[in-house]
Ligand binder design. Sequence first.
Ligand code: GRF
Length: 199
Amino acid sequence: ARIVVLVSGSGSNLQALLDAAADPAYGARVVAVGADRDGIAGLDRAAAVGVPTFVERVKDHPTRADWDAALTRQVAAHRPDLVVSAGFLKLVGPEFLAAFGDRYLNTHNTLLPAFPGIHGPRDALAYGVKITGATLFFVDAGMDTGPIVAQVAVPVCDDDDEETLTERIKSAERRQLVEQVGRLVREGWTITGRKVTVP
Ligand code: GRF
């Protein structure tokens, strides 16, 4: 299977996928990595293993819809079976979702539907929950609202700060992402309403 990964930052989730895909038995390879900004480690990680990269910045387009169309074209050019948002900090638009909506995964660093948005671990800590985690889901038009593929629970420790909690979540999140992407590409999936079924 062909995977395109979208990133906005450090790309540690991307790295986990690149490492897993180095084994042909994994069933998927990362054919391209896209970003919404330059100069991020995620792009360097792709380049280091010879995976093509592309950048589409919102500010280079007259409207958000034009950016969405350009991003859709860039991703489509690599003919992906699955697109994975791994720390991609932009909400895609209708054109992207029309093209990839049933095969666009995102990983979020809380147990959804609690604490959507970009400060998930900070918000979980501030609320005082004792268990949080990571959620892998298919993206729909909302923010962090799509049908859930898998979740992993992570304890919150009494002495956690935002950084220690974020790191504990991320290590569980990377394992889940690698396992579940492998399962999806090897076995296939159907989405019926909010239910994701892997045969
Ligand atoms: C992940 O924890 C993801 O849930 C959040 O941003 C992080 C991305 O980290 N939205 P990385 O770029 O894969 O290291």
